[in-house]
Design a protein around this ligand. Structure first.
Ligand SMILES: [Zn+2]
Ligand SMILES: [Zn+2]
Ligand SMILES: [Zn+2]
Ligand SMILES: [Zn+2]
Length: 372
């Protein structure tokens, strides 16, 4: 299961019961971690900002005593891999080294690609989803540390930044209320009333508005087309679906490559197999930050006549994979029994790493047989 990784979980969202003492406990906990790092001879560049880091990421601290404490906290609470303050879940190795969810998942995905046991970059102890646990106290402490609003550059606790940037910041980017009839204006919130009072869109003529609305309808129709074609496929006489489980394997090349294959399964009275590969079998996908998965559907049964099919992979009932539906078509015959590799429509490399870090990838496959 990968749902327990909770990359999207809000910091501290599951630590509501921790109460006021949590931050103090976290400080003590991380002080222990820092001491341990010194023991194993790890030098931590705490308050010194990374020169390669984009300036936006840096946390500017106010002068004085409290500033020093925040700087010290920043250096002990940050992820030991990317040295950034974790935005969501925080994991720790059995020796207490902290890793943000993104780095943790990335390490597990890399080890899968290289077929090695994943280890903590600090102490080399083994890490895995079973061996590492979340550190809610650190998550809660991080959410109390100040961070900068991207619009007005003022400091806020992380826990209230999202609300500030969405609802309160006077400099947040907003759009004109006449956007629905085509006004392209966007700008800081405090300039919105002035723009709206002189916006030309409400005074446009009906004919002008018809043109704008036509364009919008066209975009909407394009979105709807996909869903309508799924609905029409659902009217077919022969539809089959099943849960499929992609399991990791290695090629027996000199430099072995990771690929995935499902056990044989039966849909519409035929036997099938799905295969998947990483970065279209690029030689060293572990050296690349961009990660993709593509898959092909293979008909294993012999058929008397061509089998015209549409097929669709979706999130299964047991996994938390975000997949955008894409319909593919293929005419299966004994000579053309496999489709080309087509992209698995996941949102980005982060999502891909989540899948690689999981033991298996569980999805649901629909096959619709086109009737002649
Ligand atoms: Zn990290
Ligand atoms: Zn460690
Ligand atoms: Zn702001
Ligand atoms: Zn406007």
């Amino acid at each position: 299961m990968i749902s327990d990784v909770g990359v999207a979980a809000a910091p501290g969202s599951s630590s509501a019961g921790l109460g006021v003492g949590a931050v103090g406990a976290a400080v003590e906990a991380v002080a222990g971690v820092a001491a341990m790092q010194e023991e194993v001879g790890i030098r931590r560049e705490g308050p010194e900002p990374d020169p390669d880091e984009p300036p936006k990421k840096r946390v500017k601290m106010p002068e004085g005593e409290s500033g020093k404490l925040e700087e010290r906290l920043y250096s002990v609470l940050c992820c030991t891999v990317c040295l950034d303050l974790p935005k969501a879940s925080v994991y720790q190795c059995t020796n207490g080294h902290l890793m943000c969810a993104g780095c943790f998942i990335h390490l597990l995905a890399d080890s899968r690609l290289k077929e090695e046991q994943a280890t903590c970059p600090n102490c080399r102890c083994e890490i895995s989803k079973n061996l590492c646990c979340r550190n809610l106290a650190v998550e809660k402490a991080v959410s109390e540390l100040p961070t900068e609003c991207t619009f007005c550059l003022k400091q806020f606790p992380r826990s209230s930044l999202e609300r500030h940037q969405k609802e309160e910041c006077q400099d947040r980017v907003t759009q004109c209320k006449y956007k629905r009839i085509g006004c392209p204006w966007q700008g800081p919130f405090h300039e919105l009333p002035a723009h709206e009072s002189e916006c030309s869109h409400p005074t446009k003529t009906g004919t002008e508005l018809m043109g704008i609305l036509g364009e919008m309808d066209q975009n909407h129709r394009r979105d709807m087309q996909l869903y309508n074609s799924i609905f029409s496929l659902l009217c077919y006489e022969k539809i089959g679906f099943t849960e499929v489980q992609f399991r990791p394997y290695r090629t027996d090349d000199f430099i072995t490559r990771l690929y995935y294959e499902t056990p044989r399964f039966t849909v519409l009275n035929q036997t099938w197999v799905l295969k998947a590969r990483v970065n279209d079998s690029e030689r060293n996908p572990n050296l690349s930050c961009k990660r993709t998965l593509s898959f092909q559907l293979i008909l294993k049964s012999k058929v008397n006549s061509a089998l015209e099919c549409s097929f669709l992979l979706l999130k299964g009932p047991y996994d938390d994979v975000r997949i955008k539906p894409v319909i593919h078509h293929h005419s299966f015959s004994n000579d053309a029994n496999e489709t080309d590799y087509v992209p698995l429509p996941i949102s980005d490399s982060v999502e891909c790493n989540k899948l690689l870090a999981a033991k298996n990838i569980n999805l649901r496959l629909f096959i619709f047989q086109v009737q002649k």
